[in-house]
Design a binder for this molecule. Structure first.
Ligand code: AMP
Ligand code: MG
Length: 402
């Protein structure tokens, strides 16, 4: 045993994590249909106009505004319809004084027209004519060429998250592909002689691997590409083989063996192959968490206890992964609720305490660090600072939702 001689604060852990981030540099070209949620790796400017032509914003009549002066419901100004212009068809005629064209929303404006009068403000006048019942102002109901985007306008900048509207802007300028940053490759595996893959039969002292799956789910949800590996045994040889198998990953995450027991060999692994950045954080759950750099690649030693592991994945890994993937900060939703039962917290450790929300009340849901249901049956967590040891029933608490 090599007991923790010191731990660092959560704030210090966050600071060191921030320094260890290596934002992904590799890029790839993707069809825009597959680029949603990715991060642009190039500035993209339009080469054309959007819309490419002046168009009507209404169903109605393209007119010359000067022909509508004095028009009213009592005395309509009657104009001759020269053509019907539908979307997808270019007008074949221009209009001159006394003339108009029937026009659909989105159809190109004919030469000579400078306004569109909506159909609701017109009245049929027979003989291919229409009565205009309001005076139009030049430019009304017209989307001018390039009103949305002009050549040279940037629709996306390097580092922009490609949300649905930016994908739409790329489509609008006719881009079929976009250069994005690659999703970081995140190797993930569990360690422990007792750990068995779900689906296999369980023998005597074995348990199913939980952490590989919770971690992979977190990785995939926050911009990473999880590369799962089979569990490693509690021997230095097995851990070294597992490390070698992670070659090429941008981030490596092992769970288990990061504490101070005799068979907890993550420390030895790091000692042999890398540099420890921290080991031991004054948080509960999740104290035995390690961060190291191995051959220039960030390496996480996550606690084996499933709740400790996942709690720290939410709190520490998510910001780290998102920064690596160049995604914007993640701001989970919070709600304020009265606490339904008094919580006693261990002094000296910043606690993330899971709660369930029922009828607007936050009920303690934490069972223990080893119990995944501490999290799976909770809606979120409250934070209890290290200097606080009791949170009384009825206290208004801020719940961060999962
Ligand atoms: P360790 O961090 O290796 O000392 O493990 C702490 C506790 O978590 C032990 O009870 C382990 O059996 C358990 N544990 C370790 N790894 C996993 C895992 N991948 N899935 C579920 N439980 C685990
Ligand atoms: Mg273990």
């Amino acid at each position: 045993m090599r007991p923790f001689t010191s731990t660092i604060s959560i704030d210090e852990a966050r600071r060191r994590l921030g320094e260890a981030v290596r934002p992904i540099a590799r890029t790839e070209q993707l069809p825009i249909a597959r680029a949603a949620g990715r991060v642009a790796a190039a500035d993209i400017a339009s080469t054309g106009f959007v819309p490419p032509f002046a168009r009507s914003a209404m169903d109605g009549y393209a007119v010359i505004a000067a022909d509508t002066v004095g028009a009213s419901h009592a005395t309509a100004n009657v104009l001759t319809i020269v053509e019907r212009i539908f979307t997808g068809h270019a007008p074949t005629l221009g209009i001159t004084r006394g003339q108009c064209a029937e026009i659909s929303t989105g159809a190109p404006l004919p030469e000579g027209a400078d306004a569109v009068v909506m159909v609701e403000e017109t009245v049929p006048a027979g003989d291919g004519r229409v009565g205009i019942r309001v005076a139009a102002t030049a430019g009304q109901n017209i989307g001018r060429r390039g009103a949305d985007i002009s050549p040279g306008d940037f629709v996306v900048r390097t580092g922009d998250l490609l949300n649905p509207s930016r994908i739409g802007a790329l489509a609008a300028i006719g881009r079929a592909d976009v250069e994005v940053f690659c999703r970081p490759r995140v190797a993930v595996l569990s360690t422990g002689n007792e750990v068995v893959e779900p689906g296999e039969p369980l023998a005597g002292a074995q348990i199913y691997d939980v952490n590989r799956f919770t971690l992979a789910a977190v990785i995939e949800a926050h911009g990473g590409q999880a590369e799962p590996h089979p569990p490693a045994r509690d021997t230095i040889e097995s851990l070294e083989a597992a490390l070698a198998a992670c070659d090429g990953a941008d981030v490596m995450i092992f769970s288990g063996g990061s504490s101070v027991g005799e068979r907890d060999l993550i420390l030895d692994l790091v000692e042999r192959h890398g540099t420890m950045i921290f080991h031991g954080i004054a948080v509960k759950p999740g104290k035995p968490t390690a961060l190291a750099m191995i051959n220039g690649t960030p390496f996480f030693g996550m606690p084996g206890n499933p709740t400790s592991c996942l709690s720290n994945a939410y709190i520490l890994l998510v910001p780290f992964l998102r920064a690596t993937a160049r995604l914007p900060l993640y701001a989970p939703r919070t709600v304020v609720a009265p606490l339904g039962r008094t919580i006693v917290s261990q002094a000296g450790r910043h606690q993330f305490y899971t709660v369930r929300l029922r009828n607007g009340v936050a009920l303690p849901a934490f069972k223990g660090s080893g119990e995944i249901t501490s999290l799976s049956q909770a809606d979120g967590y409250i934070e209890i600072p290290s200097e606080q040891s009791v949170v009384d029933e009825g206290t208004s608490v801020t719940v961060t939702l999962f």
